[in-house]
Design a protein around this ligand. Sequence first.
Ligand code: PMP
Length: 376
Amino acid sequence: MSRVMNFSAGPAALPLAALERAREELLDFGGTGMSVMEQSHRGKDYERVHDEAILLLRKLLDVPADHDVLFLQGGASQQFAMIPLNFLDAGARADYVLTGAWGEKALGEGQVVARMFGAEAHVAASTGTGDGKEKSYTRAPRPAEVTADARARYLHVTSNETIHGVQFGADPARPVPTAPAGIPLVCDMSSDFLWQRFDVRQYGLVYAGAQKNIGPSGVVVVLARKDLVASGRKDIPKIFQYRTHADANSLYNTPPTFGIYLVRNVLAWVDAAGGLDGMRARNLAKAAAVYGAIDAAKSFYDCPVERESRSVMNIVFRLPPGLEDRFVSEAKKAGMVGLKGHRSVGGIRASLYNAVEVAHAEALASFMKEFARANG
Ligand code: PMP
């Protein structure tokens, strides 16, 4: 068996230990004589896994008792719609901070729902430049640049923009914005959930698609303040109401049981690998190696992102014209995959999520130094 060094942006590398555990348990889960996929989601064997995953999240993130931990489906994209569906009504407004393409998508769905309900969705701050359909984003705003309306129902931010490589909270000078008193802060943490500690109490609602840092696609983790969940609209379909899932411990309908099982395996690995402090140390070392290779060959590699906003998770950079395809194909020959930038922006993107080994980031950095020397 030979496994590659996987720098994909998502679905992304999973910890080997989590996959090996799944292989061990695949045919006969816990002595039940069947896989976890073949069991009722109402049975005690599955329920134990489900509850363990929730408890591990509570422990790793220090989730306070007044927040629910939910497992939902529909991807982070469904949250773009579910959030305004639950919290907007006639005359209300929601504010969005834009630092890249995913925040734009969240705003777009917010505007659709706002039109349905006679509400409004506004831009509280944007660092996008250019007039085209595809805006360029190279930084997170400074705290003073974000002015949320004091009447907003929520302030939405994207803590890490996966395509543009722009992150809040990696550098103390670019903290995640704070919402005005009484306004829930809502955060898309899909691509930087569980990479370092954060204070859950500061957030009304956090959501993250699993397929980057916590498991396979098909599961979305939501942390939501209980009073906010209770305040959601009751005249929308039950399946889209947060309270439905909170009241049923995320077992209202059939959950993605195998996905949640794998999330459990990944969380157990995070716990054993030193929890969030362990993840942060690993991730900072990886990012330092790859940004170090960029900065060591400044006339060859160009990272467009402002230093304080550089993402620890998704490192984007460009090469001189004509060399990016060769970079990707030579990297592949050296066992490194998933390096092509998103189709909307091009360039190269190295995603260094929790499961990516420090040795893999170091191997990429060495490859980059050698490639710049040979082609510069
Ligand atoms: N938000 C962010 C920050 C993302 O990176 C992604 C996926 N790459 C999404 C939302 C959309 O997630 P999904 O495909 O699970 O709907």
